[in-house]
Design a protein around this ligand. Sequence first.
Ligand SMILES: Cc1ncc(COP(=O)(O)OP(=O)(O)O)c(N)n1
Ligand SMILES: Cc1nc(C(=O)O)sc1CCOP(=O)(O)O
Ligand SMILES: [Mg+2]
Length: 381
Amino acid sequence: MKRTDCYDLNTNGIVVMVEPYSQREQRNLVIYRILDANLDRAREGLRIIEEWCRFGLNNAQFTGECKGMRQELASWHTADLRSARDTLGDPGTELTHPQEEQRASIKSLLQANFCRVQEAMRVLEEYGKLYNPNMGKALKQMRYRVYTLESNLMGYQRHQLLLRSHLYLVTSPTDKLLEIVEAALKGGLTLVQYRDKNVDDAVRFQQAQKLRQLCHNYNAIFIINDRVDIALAVDADGVHLGQQDMPIAVARQLLGPHRIIGRSTTNADEMQRAIKEGADYIGVGPVYETPTKEGKPAAGLEYVSYVAKNCSIPWFAIGGIDPNNINDVIDAGAKRVAVVRGIMQAEQPTLVTQYFLSQLNRIQPDPDHSYVESNYYPDQW
Ligand SMILES: Cc1ncc(COP(=O)(O)OP(=O)(O)O)c(N)n1
Ligand SMILES: Cc1nc(C(=O)O)sc1CCOP(=O)(O)O
Ligand SMILES: [Mg+2]
């Protein structure tokens, strides 16, 4: 019989006197229940993340890391702790948060479960100290492993999405900024850069915040032009840096290993340097002279062809590309293009986006490239 109370229990007509728990025993029972519940919670959350790593990403490393942590948690889940469980008497089993009932995407599902695992591990770390000092230490280390896993996994997903993105919208200033970007996102756009060279920082920051939210609602990557500080301030996915902007190495230090850094290039030297310096992608242009970048001479389709043969990272042809000439750019070897006016000044941005994408999606991934093209294309992650 479980000693749950200090009163007499009437069992089958027989009155049994139950010894009251000492205060210490009662305290321990509560701690055991907390540990039991949070060991379960952490393992469940890890299992949910693990399933995506295994079946969604086919990634053995992430899957193994989740499994390893689940096994380590299981080794702490002793019979003592399990036997303290009191599901019927636990008022927490019925409580759910409305957000638990719906998930907008795999990304939000993963984030919610990382949060759940981290919270549970923090509880295990603190209460574990009262149970076994080694548990506190072990759980602290495991919590840091979860942070690392989260950062690696989210960075990996971001880079996978970059590989799958064939059309890149670079914005220009307009009163209808959000409206146009949303229209393009509705057309299937997955990569957006906020570019406004002539606006106060207060406005730039506000616009960037709104665009970041919008892009993330559509599971699209959001990049900031030129400004690493704004990218950090709004938690953007990365920055685009030209030859006159901050060195890639400095931006990398500030942004960390998982955010995207793009670099503009106009010739072979700049391309090679950008790759060596660790750019995640390059802009290749201007393919044609363009009023959006006045005074910059065209690098031409020759440079596009050169990059098609020699570039080992994702690259976007840019400059003067529109629905009429996109097929010439594709014929020169481009699989990805970036446009400003082509979408920002279109009468029907959704339709034009769909048209650009339909032309770009006709191109098959090149298996000879040294970077891996993802063959897993979930609509939302
Ligand atoms: C995708 C992409 N490619 C090139 C550029 C141009 O960057 P930069 O040379 O720094 O010029 P500005 O855009 O800052 O005027 C870009 N923004 N995006
Ligand atoms: C921002 C920018 N960078 C370029 C480069 O070659 O580095 S060309 C360009 C402007 C592209 O605008 P549109 O699509 O309106 O021609
Ligand atoms: Mg720039």
